[in-house]
Structures are given as C-alpha cells and as structure tokens.
Design a protein around this ligand. Structure first.
Ligand code: HEM
Length: 99
C-alpha cells in the first residue's frame, strides 16, 4: 500500500453510506416539499379539491413519495444518532460542564 493511503474500514463505509442516504433523502424531502407547496398546491389554485396538473408525476404520487422518503429519512436519522450516541452524550456533558 502506498505511503499515506488509508484503509477504508467497514465502519467508515457504513457511516459514509448512511450519511449519503441522509443527504439524498433530505434533499428529496425539500424538493418534493417545495413542489407540493408551490408547483402543485392543493386545489391547484382553481378552487378544486385535487389538482389534475402534473409535474413529472401527479400530486398524489408526490405525496406518496414525500411520505415514504420522509420515513426513510427518519429511519436513517435514528441509525445515524445511534451510531454517534456516545459523541452526543460526551459533547453535551462537556458543553454543560463549561457553560
Ligand atoms: C424530513 C422532512 C419532511 C418530512 C418527514 C415531511 C413529512 C410530511 C408528511 C408526512 C406530510 C403529509 C402528507 C400526506 O398528506 O400524506 C407532509 C406534507 C407536506 N409537506 Fe412535508 N415533510 C418534510 C419536509 C418538507 C419541506 C422541507 C417542505 C417545504 C418546502 C414540505 C412541504 C410539505 C407540504 C406543502 C405538504 C402538504 C401537502 C398537502 O397539501 O397535502 N415538507 N410532509
């Protein structure tokens, strides 16, 4: 192995994958949230209950994706926090001690 090259441990790969998942699902939630809010608002601005307009997908599909990608985001967030829980508790204790 060339000097200076580090081994990518299983732990580092798992952390990277979870964090990438968090970034992508978080980004999707923001994009789909703005689509639902600004591009395909409820009623479509026409006084109807459900808009028939579509932007890549119909509103109903955006809602389903927004819901389930949101669930995936929260699962990943819980795993991320669990993996770094010791860091969170130590940092909080240190922060309170110095406050
Ligand atoms: C992790 C982030 C988010 C989660 C977990 C989440 C979750 C949800 C859920 C569960 C609903 C209800 C959908 C349904 O009726 O089944 C919803 C609706 C909605 N969300 Fe989000 N959301 C997130 C981020 C955002 C963001 C950043 C925006 C704004 C830019 C946004 C805008 C909306 C809008 C406009 C609706 C209403 C859709 C309607 O009119 O029925 N969301 N969201």
């Amino acid at each position: 192995m060339p000097v200076g090259e580090r081994v990518l441990t299983k732990k580092a790969k798992a952390n990277y994958s979870i964090d990438l998942g968090l970034f992508l699902t978080g980004l999707f939630e923001v994009v789909s949230g703005f689509v639902l809010w600004l591009i395909l608002p409820r009623g479509g601005g026409q006084g109807r209950l459900v808009t028939e307009e579509s932007f890549l997908w119909v509103r109903d599909t955006w809602i389903t994706l927004h819901d389930w990608v949101g669930v995936a985001f929260m699962v990943l967030l819980i795993v991320h926090l669990a993996l770094h829980w010791r860091w969170v508790t130590r940092m909080t204790r240190e922060f309170l001690r110095r406050a």
